[in-house]
Design a protein. Structure first.
Length: 172
């Protein structure tokens, strides 16, 4: 996750000169939105999500602070993305690279359908659990939402999938 915000030392100067921290943040987000992100032929492009935005005090006060939290799903080394972000907006806002989940290719099993999803996983943070597999029932479209659910038929299919996976792993 990367945070961008206007540097503290220039807040008062911005307020005095009538420059809005929100305007600077909006410009930075616009530049990041236009930024070309890396792509991988097997998994597609790096993706960007603006997860939260905060700023300002009142409608009649020029904003002296603004902040946005962005999350990039990486498809390769983070250094390239960090460099592009810094180049695109480093002169406009303060950038903090706060959390990094590295790109990881996961194991697949014969006969089990695979897919590429434009989201990340905590699996790289669990290195001592052996060789990871990522699978399960449900839809990413409702995952981590207030209305998250899994259909009963999906649970039944998951049991069958887990059994097939266990048999294949035990046989190898």
């Amino acid at each position: 996750m990367y945070r961008i915000r206007k540097a503290r030392k220039v807040r008062k100067a911005l307020e005095r000169h009538g420059e809005s921290a929100i305007d600077k943040l909006v410009e930075a987000l616009h530049r990041l939105n236009k930024m070309k992100l890396p792509e991988d032929p097997d998994v597609g492009p790096c993706t960007r999500n603006v997860g939260s935005i905060q700023g300002g005090r009142a409608p009649n006060v020029i904003s002296d602070t603004a902040r946005a939290d962005l999350f990039y799903r990486l498809v390769g080394p983070a250094d390239e993305v960090r460099s592009h972000i810094t180049e695109a907006v480093g002169s406009l806002v303060e950038i903090r690279f706060t959390r990094e989940t590295p790109f990881m290719r996961l194991r697949t099993l014969d006969g089990l359908r695979t897919m590429v999803a434009a989201f990340t996983t905590d699996i790289p943070s669990l290195p001592n659990w052996g060789e990871p597999l990522l699978l399960g029932p449900g839809s990413i479209h409702v995952a981590h939402t207030e209305g998250e659910y899994v259909e009963k038929v999906q649970l039944t299919h998951a049991v069958e999938m887990y059994c097939a996976m266990a048999q294949q792993l035990l046989a190898s």
